[in-house]
Ligand binder design. Structure first.
Ligand SMILES: [Zn+2]
Ligand SMILES: [Zn+2]
Ligand SMILES: [Zn+2]
Length: 124
């Protein structure tokens, strides 16, 4: 099954828009881990050398400007099904509204899928 990953900004509720980064969670995590470095490289490329720096994985480009626009924001990997890295992501049926919701409890949690339990970090 295809599972494309993207960089998601929780602060702004926006995606970088990576195209077809199938099964690329590790690569997206790596990108995010180095976000402050990409901000510096983007600025260097703009202000000093105009090298036309281009970064990609398997021919699919990374938008370095996204890191500039979302510097110091809360970035996380999220896939095409809406699962945020680190969360369970299974759907569960809510008795309050009778609609399916995505479980935002931590990945590998014990007990039932549902809403965050007291003390669990907000990862979604
Ligand atoms: Zn942002
Ligand atoms: Zn509900
Ligand atoms: Zn769950």
């Amino acid at each position: 099954m295809s599972c494309d990953w993207d960089v998601y900004c929780r602060t702004c509720d926006s995606y970088m828009g990576l195209s077809d980064w199938n099964q690329a969670l590790d690569a997206v995590r790596e990108l995010i881990a180095h976000a402050p470095d990409w901000v510096k490289i983007w600025a260097l490329n703009q202000e000093l050398y105009h090298l036309g720096l281009h970064m990609e994985r398997g021919g699919r480009a990374v938008c370095l400007e996204f890191f500039h626009e979302h510097a110091s924001h809360d970035l996380v990997a999220r896939n095409e099904y809406g699962r945020t890295d680190g969360t369970c992501g299974k759907t569960w049926k809510c008795h309050a509204c009778n609609e399916p919701h995505r479980c935002n409890r931590p990945e590998g949690h014990t007990g039932e899928c549902g809403l965050l339990e007291p003390g669990e970090p907000q990862l979604d």
